[in-house]
Design a protein around this ligand. Structure first.
Ligand SMILES: [Zn+2]
Length: 68
């Protein structure tokens, strides 16, 4: 009984150590669980798209100012 309990505890601790974490290629953050990496990357992409869009707006504004 005691042996079985110890085995169970050991099995759980090994499982905890093996919990897989994915490393984000964008920011190097460890994302856990691995299934969270996809929404994490989607957030990166959306932020990047927002940044590009804002930059374009700014460039258009600057171009207009130069023309005026
Ligand atoms: Zn990231």
């Amino acid at each position: 009984m005691q042996t079985a309990l110890q085995n169970d505890t050991k099995a759980i601790s090994i499982e905890n150590k093996k919990l897989p974490a994915a490393k984000c290629a964008e920011c190097g953050a460890k994302v856990y669980p691995v299934s969270f990496l996809k929404p994490h990357l989607t957030r990166h992409r959306r932020r990047h798209e927002w940044f590009v869009m804002e930059l374009r707006k700014l460039q258009e504004t600057m171009a207009r100012m130069r023309m005026a």
